[in-house]
Structures are given as structure tokens and as C-alpha cells.
Design a protein around this ligand. Structure first.
Ligand code: ZN
Length: 492
């Protein structure tokens, strides 16, 4: 077998293992019996071990070294070699003892975090978080970095992202966002529903929205879970989950958000199936697609001019007394709060900024874990003007640190900014974009996104892909313009 054929076979095999694990994960979140948890954890450990051995197999390294000498590789083949090399280099840089120790620590830390959060007691989580910071620092040293240890961690989630670039991104956002929060906060009333929502109706409406977006139910499914997520189990198997609380419209925006992730994956070219390229390219680009559907399209006036009557028909009792204008104002209300995941679009990136500044300080050793809650609370007061009453709604609210995921949060902001930048580009090719949205038929939008972005999977690195689609690197001005355009029109 020639080198390239051997590499493709390796890639397919590794992808199979990843998808089998994704299926186990999906099942765990969606339907696994309670007492199966310990057995499932063992299955994960077994498969993770197998996968790690395959991913660090010296024979794979030899194939990758030889691939460099191959003449006339196609663009897609070159991309596959690049992506496999990145994965191989990363995996082989970590000693096996470190990987095991880290897995052990994060599994303990997760259980501890759940309890600490329930009791709203940071002190309980503190010793493990201290170890996690030390190990993340070691992880950065293993991976290597040019300027800042945090660079090595950011790069895990967003290829090529650096501390300096992230600082620059937030420097251009911080003051403009704080000013806009002051200008708009509390200017429009929140939504109140006369009655709670029934889960079965919510699920039907969520499926209705997914179908309208163009989610292909022959190549994906919708299920229930405690936390909404989307996952890929195969080229023709892109799944989303949603949750159905009796209060509020989380089920609507959860469906649009996860649907956005899934549309991206369903749009990847068949040519890339069964390989490492059959995947969204980075967390930031992925999030740009979920936020585009959830917020830019899904909180827009034309979208609801089309779907609000259906929503009223689905839920006549709940929407009794809610008119269209108050609905639009309610779903776009700007109000600083304590919880990132409940945040409006204006405040959201300030929540992310706070985490970025704290993570960087922890990694540098400028901030001790013991001082983290105080630093957290001070920043919430300073940037968002809110007082943190307890650790549960403060420093313990996110699961990420218990996973040992330092460097993940900034990808949320990259997603928000990239969504606005990509949308600005779309508006150039469709000047009647509001009318397009208002028809409730998103073929035209989906077709453009597929052509420009979805179909490429992981062929181009994220920064290159964004430049291909929009003609320039990430620029926060599009996001600020988008907010001004939308919120001024609603909040005055
Ligand atoms: Zn997302």
C-alpha cells in the first residue's frame, strides 16, 4: 500500500474509534440507566487507552514523515497530512504517565466540582483546582510555546490562537461593550408567560424549527438531555439534543444553537467522509455557526414575523397577552446578570473576558487559586455592575475548569465575532436578506454557508478559512455594528 493510502486507512480507523466513543457519550447523556455509570466509565477508559496507543503509534509517525516526501499530493491530501501531523505531535508530546494522571485528576475534580457547586463552597474545590492549574502549566510546557504558556493551551481549541491575539481582541471589545451595557440595560421589559410549557409541545416545536433550518432528519436526530449538545457519530449521523424546562424559551434557542452546529457538520463534503477532515475545523468557527442561527437569524425581527404566529398556535395559553413587539423586545433584552449561559448578546463577551483574564493570571502565577473568588467577584462588579452573592452563581458556575479545560472560553467570543463577520459578508450577496429570512425558507442562506464554509470541513486552518470566507482576519467591528444596528432599533 502506498503511503497516502495507508494514512487514509489509519485516519478512517481512528475516526471510527472517536465516533464509537461519541456514541457511548451520547447514550450516556440521553438514555443510559443510572446504575450503568461505573461500567461505562470503565469502557471509556479501555477505549481511550486503545485510542491513545493508536494515535501515538510510531508507525503512524513514520507514515507522516514519509508523506512529506510524496510528490503531487492533492490539496485535500495535504490537508489530511497536516491535520494528522498536528494530532500526532500533540499526542506524542504528553508522556503516558501524565495523561493517566490528568485523566484521574479531572474525573475526581468533576465529581468534587458538582458537590462544591451544590454546597456553594469554593474551599471544597480549591485543592483540586490548585492541582489542575499546576498540571495545566505542565501540559503547556510539554506542548511548548513561544511567548506565553497560555498560548499552548489556547492552541488546543483554536489552532494558532495566542495570548497576545486574544488580549488584542478583548482590548477592542471591553470598553465599547461596557458602554453599550450602560446604554441599553433594562431598557426593554422581560418576557412573562401566563402558563408553563409542556415538554412534548416544546419538543415538537424544536423539531419544527430544525426542519425549517434545513436539518436533515435522515442524517441526524433530535433527543433529550440535561444539557443540550450536538455530536457526530458518522458522516451521515449528526445528532442534536435539547432540554425542555417548563419556564421560558430556552428550548427555542437551544434548538437553533445546536441546529447551527449540526448544519455545519451536515454540510461537510462527502469527499471528506470517514477522515479527520470530516469535522468542524475549530471550536471558534463551530460556535460562529451556532450563534449565527441562534442569535443573528434566530433573534431577528423577520425570523419571528414568520414564526411567531406558529409559536402562538403551538402555545396559545402561554402566549396569551404576549404581543409581537414585547416578544421581540423580551428575547433581545439587555440585562447584566451573574450567569454566562443566561447572558444576553451584549453582556456575553464580558463574561468570557473575565474568565480569560483570570485564567491567564492563574497560569502566570500572578493570581493564586485561593484568591480566585475575590478576583472573580471584583471583576463582575467592575465590568457588569453585579454583586456575586455566592460561589455557586460565581466562580463555581462553569464546568470547564473541572475538566482541566483552560483556554477554552475565548473560543466563545471568537464564535460571536466570526458569526457577525460572516453574516456581514452574506449581506453583500443578498441585499434582501431580511426578506429571505422572512420567508422561513433558508435554502439560500444554507447554500451560501455550505459553499463558503460548511463543505470545507477541516481542510483549512480556522484563520485561513475565515479569511477565505470574509476576505480578512477576525475583526470585532462587525459584531459591534451588528449589536448597534439591532439593539438600537429595539431598545432605542
Ligand atoms: Zn455551541
Amino acid at each position: 500500500m502506498d503511503t497516502m493510502a495507508a494514512l487514509k486507512a489509519r485516519s478512517a480507523q481512528l475516526v471510527d474509534l472517536h465516533h464509537i466513543m461519541a456514541l457511548m457519550q451520547w447514550d450516556q447523556e440521553v438514555g443510559m440507566p443510572r446504575r450503568a455509570a461505573a461500567g461505562r466509565a470503565g469502557q471509556f477508559a479501555t477505549l481511550s487507552g486503545l485510542l491513545h496507543r493508536q494515535e501515538t503509534d510510531p508507525k503512524l509517525g513514520e507514515l507522516l514523515a514519509r508523506a512529506g516526501e510524496q510528490p503531487e499530493l492533492s490539496g485535500v491530501e495535504q490537508a489530511l497530512v497536516r491535520v494528522l501531523r498536528r494530532s500526532y505531535n500533540r499526542n506524542t508530546k504528553l508522556p503516558e504517565a501524565f495523561v493517566t494522571e490528568f485523566a484521574q485528576l479531572t474525573s475526581e475534580a468533576q465529581a468534587c466540582w458538582v458537590e462544591a457547586r451544590q454546597r456553594s463552597d469554593f474551599a471544597l474545590f480549591r485543592p483540586l483546582l490548585e492541582k489542575l492549574v499546576v498540571m495545566s502549566r505542565r501540559q503547556a510546557d510539554y506542548f511548548g510555546y513561544a511567548d506565553h504558556p497560555y498560548d499552548a493551551l489556547l492552541d488546543i481549541y483554536e489552532e494558532g490562537l495566542t495570548t497576545a491575539a486574544t488580549e488584542q481582541m478583548f482590548a477592542r471589545l471591553k470598553e465599547p461593550l461596557i458602554a453599550r451595557v450602560h446604554k441599553w440595560q433594562g431598557r426593554t421589559p422581560g418576557l412573562r408567560f401566563a402558563e408553563p410549557f409542556a415538554g412534548a409541545d416544546q419538543e415538537r416545536f424544536a423539531a419544527r424549527l430544525l426542519a425549517a433550518m434545513g436539518f436533515d432528519f435522515d442524517r441526524g436526530s433530535l433527543a433529550r438531555s440535561i444539557h443540550p449538545f450536538s455530536t457526530t457519530l458518522g458522516h451521515h449521523d449528526r445528532r442534536v439534543t435539547n432540554r425542555y424546562s417548563p419556564h421560558g424559551l430556552d428550548f427555542v434557542f437551544g434548538a437553533l444553537h445546536e441546529g447551527g452546529h449540526a448544519l455545519y457538520e451536515q454540510g461537510i463534503s462527502d469527499e471528506l467522509a470517514h477522515s479527520h477532515l470530516d469535522d468542524g475545523v475549530s471550536l471558534g468557527i463551530h460556535e460562529s455557526q451556532s450563534r449565527l442561527w441562534e442569535n443573528i437569524i434566530g433573534r431577528s425581527r423577520p425570523f419571528w414575523e414568520r414564526f411567531f404566529p406558529e409559536l402562538q398556535t403551538f402555545f396559545p395559553a402561554q402566549f396569551a397577552g404576549v404581543d409581537f413587539e414585547s416578544f421581540i423586545q423580551g428575547i433581545n433584552r439587555v440585562e447584566p446578570g451573574l450567569i454566562r449561559v443566561d447572558s444576553d448578546e451584549v453582556c456575553y463577551n464580558l463574561h468570557v473576558l473575565i474568565r480569560f483574564e483570570l485564567e491567564k493570571a492563574l497560569l502566570e502565577g500572578a493570581l493564586a487559586v485561593a484568591d480566585l473568588p475575590v478576583a472573580w467577584n471584583e471583576k463582575y462588579d467592575e465590568y457588569l455592575g453585579v454583586k456575586v452573592g455566592s460561589d455557586e452563581v460565581g466562580v463555581l458556575q462553569d464546568i470547564h475548569w473541572s475538566h482541566g479545560s483552560f483556554g477554552y472560553f475565548p473560543t466563545y467570543t471568537i464564535g460571536n465575532l466570526a458569526a457577525a463577520q460572516i453574516w456581514a459578508q452574506y449581506k453583500k450577496v443578498d441585499s434582501d436578506y431580511e426578506q429571505t429570512i422572512g420567508t422561513g425558507d433558508f435554502f439560500k442562506i444554507r447554500q451560501w454557508l455550505t459553499e463558503q464554509l460548511y463543505r470545507h470541513g477541516s481542510v483549512y486552518p480556522p484563520t485561513e478559512l475565515l479569511e477565505k470566507v470574509t476576505g480578512q482576519p477576525l475583526d470585532s467591528k462587525y459584531f459591534l455594528e451588528y449589536l448597534d444596528d439591532k439593539i438600537s432599533g429595539i431598545a432605542g
